[in-house]
Design a protein around this ligand. Structure first.
Ligand code: 5GP
Ligand code: ZN
Length: 114
């Protein structure tokens, strides 16, 4: 998807502050952090929303969640705790239509979210 900003990162055209790369996923710092630590974990494959996760590829969800766990450890959040968020379409406020898991931490996070 040449007009997708996250696909351009996967392709190497745009270089984010990368935290982790595997054959299935990429993780990098969010450009507008909402907490002292804010990273995004994305599949290399262009998947627009959580609802578009391919049902015949359950390992992809596993790879994404393992990525979250590893990123949290890299950011030093494992002991203090962190939050993972997936926004899905309009009401959630999803802005980038390439599936991504937010990893937020480094401060006490409020609940419920706004
Ligand atoms: P959404 O609202 O779609 O769940 O979140 C999209 C996230 O992507 C936002 O937190 C936003 O700051 C981040 N983002 C958008 N464009 C870029 C970019 O070019 N680089 C990085 N690192 N993050 C981005
Ligand atoms: Zn994409």
């Amino acid at each position: 998807m040449k007009d997708c900003i996250f696909c351009r990162m996967v392709a190497g055209d745009i270089k984010p502050r990368t935290l982790l790369e595997t054959d299935r996923i990429l993780a990098f710092h969010d450009i507008h952090p909402q907490a002292p630590a804010h990273a995004l974990v994305i599949p290399r494959l262009h998947i627009a929303t959580l609802d578009d996760l391919p049902p015949d590829d359950p390992e992809l969800a596993g790879a994404l969640f393992q990525g979250v766990r590893q990123v949290a450890a890299l950011l030093g959040l494992s002991a203090s705790g962190y939050r993972t968020v997936i926004n899905c379409r309009g009401d959630s406020g999803q802005e980038v239509y390439h599936l991504h898991l937010h990893v937020l931490g480094g401060r006490k996070l409020g609940w419920p979210p706004g």
